[in-house]
Unconditional design. Structure first.
Length: 314
C-alpha cells in the first residue's frame, strides 16, 4: 500500500501537474474520453497533436514501421488546422481531468505568429504551449528552427512575443550542440525545455528493395533511444536554469526515475502506450511505491539527485 503522505504532484516552473507523467505530442487522440479518468489515471497533462495554421494531410505512403526496439514514424504533422482545433477539439479535451498543452509546429514566422495569437484567446484552457522546433518529418520549418542557436532564439523570441503564458520549447537531438541551443532558447524567453524529439533513422524493405518511407528518413522513438535521450537531459539540465522535461524512449518506472535523477522535472511518454495503454497507471503506482520506500514525499525530491557527487558538467 502506498504511503498517503507521498504525493505524485510536481511543478514545471509555474505549471502545476498532478503527476510528472505527460503524454507526448502526436500520440494521444483528441477524443473527450481519452482526457478523462480512469483512462488517464496518473497522467499529469497531455500534449496535443502538432498544430499548424492550415490543415495538413501529412506524408503519403507508409507512416509507421516497427523496429526490434522502437518505432519509426513519418506522420508529417497531420492535423485539421488551428481553427478546427479551437472550435471542436479544445472545448472537449479541456473539460477532462488532465491539463492541455498545445504543441505548436514552428512553420514560417507569419503562420506561427497567427497560430499563437489565436491560441492566446483561449489561454485559460491551456497549461502551456510547447513550441515544436524539432519535427524531422516535414520539408519546411520543423527541426530547421532547432538546428542551431541563432534560429532557435529567433523562434522562441517570436513565440514569446505572441504568447504570454508558459512556453515550453521542444528541442531536436539532430543539432550539433544541444547545450548551445538550449541556452539560446532560455535566453530568448523559454520557460522550460522538452528534451528531445525523435532521432532520424530509416528502414529498407527487403522484399521491395526500396526505402519504406516516401521521405526516406523517419523519426525513431521507443526504448532504443532512451540512453541517448537520458544523456541529453543530463547535459541540458546542467546548462540551463529553467526546468527540463525528459522525452525519448521512456517505457518503465526505472526510466522515469533515471530521467528525474538526471535533472528532469517531468517526463513525456509516447511510444510506450502504443503497446500498453495502461502504462501510465502502472508506472504511476510503481513510482509512488518507490518514493515511499526511499522516504521521499514527492517526485521533486529526485530532480537532479543523480548529479550530487558529480557537480555541473563543465
Amino acid at each position: 500500500m502506498v504511503d498517503p503522505l507521498v504525493s505524485p504532484a510536481v511543478s514545471v516552473g509555474k505549471v502545476a501537474l498532478r503527476s510528472p507523467l505527460i503524454i507526448a505530442s502526436g500520440t494521444w487522440p483528441h477524443e473527450q474520453d481519452y482526457w478523462k479518468d480512469p483512462r488517464c489515471s496518473f497522467v499529469g497533462a497531455a500534449c496535443t497533436k502538432a498544430l499548424t495554421l492550415h490543415p495538413r494531410e501529412g506524408n503519403p505512403g507508409t507512416r509507421l514501421w516497427e523496429t526490434p526496439c522502437g518505432l519509426l514514424n513519418s506522420i508529417g504533422l497531420q492535423n485539421p488546422g488551428i481553427d478546427v482545433f479551437l472550435g471542436e477539439d479544445l472545448p472537449k479535451i479541456s473539460s477532462g481531468d488532465i491539463g492541455v498543452i498545445a504543441n505548436v509546429a514552428m512553420e514560417a514566422a507569419e503562420e506561427t505568429a497567427e497560430v499563437l495569437q489565436r491560441l492566446s484567446l483561449y489561454d485559460h484552457l491551456l497549461l502551456a504551449v510547447e513550441l515544436n522546433i524539432s519535427c524531422p518529418n516535414v520539408d519546411a520549418g520543423g527541426m530547421a528552427w532547432g538546428a542551431d542557436p541563432v534560429m532557435a532564439a529567433k523562434a522562441v523570441e517570436l513565440a514569446r512575443h505572441h504568447w504570454e503564458g508558459p512556453l515550453w520549447v521542444k528541442l531536436t537531438p539532430q543539432c550539433v550542440n544541444i547545450r548551445d541551443v538550449a541556452t539560446a532558447a532560455e535566453a530568448a524567453g523559454a520557460d522550460a525545455l522538452v528534451v528531445a524529439n525523435t532521432w532520424l533513422g530509416m528502414a529498407i524493405d527487403p522484399l521491395s528493395e526500396r526505402p519504406v518511407f516516401s521521405r526516406r528518413f523517419a523519426g525513431l522513438s521507443g526504448p532504443a533511444i532512451f540512453p541517448l535521450a537520458l544523456r541529453l537531459v543530463w547535459e541540458v539540465s546542467s546548462a540551463v536554469q529553467i526546468p527540463v522535461i525528459g522525452c525519448g524512449g521512456i517505457s518503465r518506472t526505472e526510466d522515469v526515475l533515471s530521467m528525474m535523477l538526471a535533472g528532469a522535472s517531468a517526463v513525456a511518454i509516447g511510444t510506450a502506450h502504443f503497446t500498453e495503454l495502461s502504462c501510465f497507471r502502472s508506472i504511476g503506482r510503481e513510482l509512488l511505491e518507490h518514493l515511499a520506500a526511499k522516504g521521499y514525499s514527492s517526485p521533486m525530491d529526485l530532480i537532479g539527485k543523480g548529479k550530487e557527487e558529480h557537480g555541473r558538467i563543465p
